[in-house]
Design a protein around this ligand. Structure first.
Ligand code: NAD
Length: 453
């Protein structure tokens, strides 16, 4: 018995009927999403607090208002984005009409993770609905309370003949992926990304893969250590470090490290108090499994800040590690927790080599008062996104594409990029039915005269 067959059949029929295509229908779905956020704000805040001990501030800025902004932008621009895009023509097509039509793919699958369980479900959903698709959303089974709200409340705000939430973990998702979709949008880790892409390949289904990795953060000697420490500690500890674009490790000279460590301690104490475990502003690790993994990483190198953990509360203290070997696990795997290793380099060139010897990251950060240094790192490395002198602020701009490169992912979204991601760009040329005398020049038999054209 296939648990998904009926739902998928229903959505396919709805797409074939053409009802998702008109702008009015798309706008109605986006307005539904907007009402869902407004009318269930408290429920959502409670769910995020339950799942991740997310503070009201973090829930607001990184889950609710960021999703609301995407909806508002799509609603404001929907008709403009849907318009055919006229393109330039060559001599042979002067009398024709040439344009790109953005058409929906059809049935889209969105697989989302647990770390921003609302935003990373609704963000892609906005693009998929704005582009006129039918959508199956499979939220993460790990963020259980938010999953329940998405499954039980969200569908009431959307046309249920065109939208469905399905539930399940790896096994059920494996079965879901046996079905043919017209587009798959996956956010999660790189290993699962390979499973998704392999399943998609069986049907030649296009994919966007929003994956993770280790994001380097180079700190130049000329920086003010306290400014850097404030910014790095804030973005490392946001959502208890469980952010795909968090600065994963710092690269700096031993001299800068000596100035940075006390500044990081000062920032962490100011943000979370002397006992960060009692702070309402610090999140918790999502699960026992991730807690154990992170606790294992605390034994790498030497702890200079934090290092405490409490299994009963899934608490890991904001921690800074130094004296590390490149081969230690904390420098091999994506950390995804409030742990910051500092690795020493002797020069900017050595930092760039260190970055380029590894997989291309999702984000890269450089702190320097010299624009030459920032520009050199930008020119000599590659990453999904880049931010000079701050953490992941680049992703707050809907005018920038958000996505990875290499092992950190493929494809991008946010703002109009989302609409374009979920639209097939159809190449169209409309030629007059007549004027055959003009076009007859291309037919054989070919003579030296028509070769001169
Ligand atoms: P995950 O890959 O474990 O899970 C993501 C989704 O895939 C979930 O819906 C899950 O149910 C499903 N899934 C898990 N295992 C599966 C399997 N074997 N077969 C089929 N489906 C499976 O990811 P996660 O642990 O929820 O999230 C953390 C990871 O996601 C990190 O690596 C992080 O960097 C990455 N991430 C990336 C972005 C981005 O935008 N690039 C954003 C957030 C998280």
């Amino acid at each position: 018995m296939d648990p998904f067959a009926d739902t998928l059949q229903r959505l396919r029929e709805a797409f074939s009927s053409g009802r998702t295509r008109p702008a009015e229908f798309r706008a109605a779905q986006l307005n539904g999403l907007s009402r869902f956020l407004r009318e269930n704000k408290q429920l959502l805040q409670e769910a995020l607090a339950q799942d991740l001990h997310k503070s009201a501030f973090e829930a607001e800025v990184s889950e609710i208002s960021i999703s609301q902004n995407e909806i508002n932008l799509a609603l404001r621009n929907l008709r403009a984005w849907m318009k055919d895009e006229k393109v330039s023509k060559n001599l042979a097509t002067q009398l024709d009409s040439a344009f790109i039509r953005k058409e929906p793919f059809g049935l889209v699958l969105i697989l989302s993770p647990w770390n921003y369980p609302l935003n990373l479900s609704l963000g892609p959903l906005v693009g998929a609905l704005a582009a006129g698709n039918c959508v199956v959303l499979k939220p993460s089974e790990i963020s259980k309370t938010t999953e329940k709200v998405l499954a039980e409340v969200l569908p009431r705000y959307l046309d249920q003949s065109c939208f469905a939430v399905v539930l399940g973990g790896p096994q059920e998702t494996g079965r879901l992926l046996e079905h043919k979709f017209d587009y798959i949008f996956f956010t999660g880790n790189s290993q699962v990304g390979k499973i998704v892409m392999t399943a998609a390949a069986k049907h030649l289904t296009p994919v966007t893969l929003e994956l993770g990795g280790k994001n380097p953060c180079y700190v130049d000697d000329n920086c003010d250590p306290q400014t850097v420490a404030n910014r790095v500690a804030f973005f490392r500890c946001f959502n208890a470090g469980q952010t795909c674009v968090a600065p994963d490790y710092v690269l700096c000279s031993p001299e800068m490290q000596a100035r940075l460590v006390p500044a990081l301690q000062s920032a962490i104490t100011r943000f979370y108090g002397d006992d960060p475990q009692s702070s309402p502003n610090l999140g918790r690790i999502i699960s026992e499994k991730h807690f154990q993994r992170l606790r294992g990483l605390l034994s790498c190198g030497r702890v200079v800040i934090g290092g405490q953990s409490d299994e009963s509360d899934l608490y890991i203290a904001p921690t800074v590690l130094v004296d590390l070997q490149e081969t230690e696990p904390v420098m091999q795997e994506e950390i995804f927790g409030p742990i910051l290793p500092i690795v020493n380099v002797r020069s900017l060139g050595q930092a760039i080599d260190f970055i380029n010897r590894r997989e291309k990251p999702l984000a890269l950060y450089v702190f320097s008062t010299s624009s030459q240094v920032v520009k050199r790192v930008l020119a000599q490395t590659s990453s999904g996104g880049f931010c000079g002198n701050d953490g992941f602020m680049h992703l707050t701009l809907a005018s920038l594409p958000f996505g990875g490169v290499g092992s950190s992912g493929m494809g991008s979204y946010h703002g109009k990029f989302s609409f374009d991601t979920f639209s097939h760009h159809r190449a169209c040329l409309l030629r007059p039915a007549g004027l055959e005398k003009i076009y007859a020049i291309r037919y054989p038999p070919h003579t030296p005269r028509n070769l001169r054209v």
